[in-house]
Write a protein that binds this ligand. Structure first.
Ligand code: ADP
Ligand code: MG
Length: 561
C-alpha cells in the first residue's frame, strides 16, 4: 500500500533475533507454543472486553485458533480471531520489546545455547521465536470492532528491519504466516504439528483447529480440534498427568524450567472456585521489581479477567504463579472491586494457607528441595512477618538463618532448631545484624555469647533488620538483638553463667574510669557502662533497647532520612 513504511528494530530486538536465528538449534518447535500462546492471549483479551462491548465480537463469538500449512508455498500459518492489533499496536509490539526485562535478559545470556534458550520464554520475547524456523514472517491483523480498512500488514526477514503498511482485512484477529527456512521442512507435516500442539498446548482453553489429514468414514473433511481445549484447572486432579501440570506452568509462568512444586484445589460450597498454584524453581527476572511480574491470574467462570491480581496474593508470596478461577465473582469485576471483596479475601487466605502448608511440608520431608527454595526465594519470604501479621508465626517457622553454630553464610538454621538447642535458663532468641554475614560473624557483640556458649543467629542481609523488628516473639520466646540494651549474662543460661556478686565488685572498682569516660565523651553518648558483654575487645558501642539498632540507623541515614 501507499503508506508502506520501513522501520529498524530496536537494538535489543536485533540482538535477540541474532540469538534466535544463530544459536537455537535444539528444541526449535517451541516457536509454535509461543505463537499459540499469543493467539490464546488475544482471544482472552477479546472475550474480556466483549463483556463490556458485545459489538466487538462482530457476531462471531466462536473463538478459536487455526493452524494450517502449504507444502508448495512452504508456509505455516497460525491464525486467531482474537482482539487483533491496530497499526500503532503492531509497531509497539512487534518492533520493540515492551517488557522492561529485556536488558536483564540480554545481560543474563551466557553463550551457553541450552541455557539461553531456556531464558527466552521467561522474558516474554515469544513472538520473535518465529524467526527460529522462518526466514520471513508476515503478520496480517485487524483490531476487533474496526473497519476492514484498518487492517495492517507487517513483514520482516528478521535482519534488522521490518515494514508496516495498510491492507484491508475482513476478518478480525491476527494471522502469522511463517515462510519456513530450507531446513524446517519437518513443520510442513500435519502429524508432527499435532504432536507439538498436544505436547505444549493441550491445556489451552481454546480450540486449536487443523484440517483433517484425511476424510473420515463419513467423508467429512471439516476441520478438527486438535487439543483438549478445556481449562486444565477444572479437570479432576487424578486425571491430570504431571507433564500436563508442567506444561501448563510453562505457559502461565513464561518459564522454560519445570516448577518446584504445585497445588491444585477445587473448593465447592458456599463459595466455589478452583486454584492451581505453582512455586517456580528459579526467580523470575523481575522478582525485585515491585511493579513487575505476572503473578496469579484471575478467571471468572473460565473467562480470563486479569493478570497479576495483587489482591489474590500477598507481596511476600509474589513468586507464586498460577490461576484462581471463581464461580461467584461477577464477570465485570475491576481491580477496585477486588480491593474490598470478602470472597477475594477468603480465596486469598485459603491460598496463602495452602502455600504455607506446602512449604512446611517440604521443609519437613524434603530438606534439600526446601533449601533450594529458600536459596531462591528466602529473601522475599522474609517480608512475611512484616506484611502478614496473622501468619507471622507460620512464616517465621519457615525462615532459615546463618548462626554461630553453622558453617559460613549458609542459611540453614530454623527458629525451632535454635529453640531446641537453647541453654537451660536461656530466655530469649539472640541475633546480631550487620551489613554482611562476615561482619555479623565478627561482631564484638558476640564475645560474651561465645564465652557462655550461647548460639546467636547471624543476620547479614540489610533487609533483616527491618523484618526482625516485626517479629518480636516466636513460640513464646522474645527475639533479642545481641547489640541492644543492657545484657544480663545470668539470663543467657548455661552452667558457667557469671556470678552476680563478682560483677558488682568489678563495677565498683571501675567506677572512677567510667566517670572519667563519661566526662570525656560528654553528650556524644547517652551512658557509659561496665559490661559483661566483652571478653577480648576493650569496649563496644551499643544502642538502647528502645532505639533502632545501629545498622538500621545507618540504613535510614543512607536513604536520606
Ligand atoms: P508476550 O506475549 O509475552 O507479551 P510476545 O513477544 O509473544 O510477548 O508478544 C508481544 C506482543 O505482541 C503481545 O504482548 C501482544 O500485545 C502482541 N501480539 C502478539 N501476537 C498477537 C496476536 N496473535 N494477537 C494480538 N496481539 C498479539
Ligand atoms: Mg507471547
Amino acid at each position: 500500500a501507499a503508506d508502506k513504511q520501513t522501520h529498524e528494530f530496536q537494538t535489543e530486538v536485533r540482538q535477540l533475533l541474532k540469538l534466535m536465528i544463530h544459536s537455537l538449534y535444539s528444541n526449535r518447535e517451541i516457536f509454535l507454543r509461543e505463537l499459540i500462546s499469543n493467539a490464546s492471549d488475544a482471544a482472552d483479551k477479546l472475550r474480556f472486553q466483549s463483556l463490556q462491548d458485545e459489538a466487538l465480537l462482530e457476531g462471531d463469538g466462536d473463538l478459536a485458533i487455526r493452524i494450517s500449512f502449504d507444502k508448495e508455498a512452504r508456509t505455516l500459518t497460525v491464525a486467531d480471531n482474537g482482539i487483533g492489533m491496530s497499526r500503532d499496536e503492531v509497531q509497539d509490539n512487534l518492533g520493540t520489546i515492551a517488557r522492561s526485562g529485556t536488558r536483564q535478559f540480554l545481560e543474563q545470556l551466557s553463550g551457553d545455547q541450552s541455557k539461553d534458550a531456556r531464558l527466552i520464554g521467561q522474558f516474554g520475547v515469544g513472538f520473535y521465536s518465529a524467526f527460529i524456523v522462518a526466514d520471513r514472517v508476515t503478520v496480517l491483523t485487524r483490531k476487533a470492532g474496526e473497519e476492514a480498512a484498518a487492517g495492517v500488514r507487517w513483514e520482516s526477514t528478521g535482519e534488522g528491519e521490518y515494514t508496516i503498511e495498510s491492507e484491508a482485512r475482513e476478518r478480525r484477529g491476527t494471522e502469522v504466516i511463517l515462510h519456513l527456512k530450507e531446513d524446517a521442512d519437518e513443520f510442513l507435516d500435519g502429524y508432527r504439528l499435532r504432536r507439538i500442539i498436544r505436547t505444549y498446548s493441550d491445556h489451552i482453553d481454546l480450540p486449536i483447529r487443523m484440517a483433517r489429514e484425511a476424510a473420515d468414514e463419513e467423508g467429512d473433511t471439516e476441520d478438527e480440534t486438535v487439543n483438549k481445549a478445556n481449562a486444565l484447572w477444572m479437570r479432576p486432579r487424578n486425571e491430570i498427568k504431571d507433564e500436563e501440570y508442567v506444561e501448563f506452568y510453562k505457559h502461565v509462568a513464561h518459564d522454560f524450567d519445570e516448577p518446584l512444586t504445585w497445588m491444585h484445589n477445587k473448593v465447592e460450597g458456599n463459595q466455589s472456585y478452583a486454584s492451581l498454584l505453582y512455586i517456580p524453581k528459579r526467580a523470575p527476572f523481575d522478582l525485585w521489581d515491585r511493579e513487575g511480574g505476572h503473578g496469579v491470574k484471575l478467571y471468572v467462570k473460565r473467562i480470563f479477567i486479569m493478570d497479576d491480581a495483587e489482591q489474590l496474593m500477598p507481596r511476600y508470596l509474589r513468586f507464586v504463579r498460577g490461576v484462581i478461577d471463581s464461580d461467584d465473582l461477577p464477570l465485570n469485576v475491576s481491580r477496585e472491586i477486588l480491593q474490598n471483596n470478602r470472597q477475594i479475601d477468603r480465596m486469598r487466605a485459603a491460598s496463602v494457607k495452602r502455600i504455607l502448608d506446602t512449604l512446611e511440608k517440604m521443609a519437613a520431608d524434603e530438606a534439600e528441595k526446601y533449601a533450594e527454595f529458600w536459596g531462591t526465594f528466602g529473601r522475599v519470604l522474609k517480608e512475611g512477618p512484616a506484611e502478614d501479621f496473622g501468619n507471622r508465626e507460620r512464616v517465621a517457622k519457615l525462615l532459615r538463618f546463618a548462626s554461630t553454630r553453622g558453617e559460613g553464610d549458609v542459611e540453614a538454621v530454623s527458629l525451632d532448631d535454635y529453640i531446641g538447642r537453647m541453654k537451660e535458663g536461656q530466655e530469649a532468641i539472640y541475633y546480631v545484624t550487620a551489613d554482611s554475614f562476615a561482619a555479623a560473624r565478627n561482631s564484638p557483640h558476640l564475645e560474651v555469647f561465645r564465652k557462655y556458649d550461647v548460639e546467636v543467629l547471624l543476620l547479614g542481609d540489610p533487609v533483616d533488620e527491618w523484618w526482625v523488628s516485626h517479629l518480636q516473639e516466636y513460640d513464646g520466646k522474645r527475639l533479642v538483638s545481641a547489640a541492644k540494651g543492657e545484657l544480663d549474662p545470668a539470663k543467657l543460661g548455661g552452667e558457667n553463667a557469671p556470678d552476680k556478686a563478682e560483677q558488682e565488685k568489678t563495677e565498683t572498682e571501675l567506677k572512677p574510669l567510667v566517670d572519667r569516660l563519661k566526662a570525656a565523651l560528654g553528650e556524644t553518648v547517652e551512658s557509659v557502662r561496665v559490661s559483661s558483654r566483652l571478653t577480648d575487645s576493650p569496649a563496644c558501642l551499643v544502642v538502647g533497647e528502645q532505639e533502632f539498632a545501629i545498622n538500621m540507623q545507618r540504613m535510614l541515614k543512607a536513604a536520606g532520612q
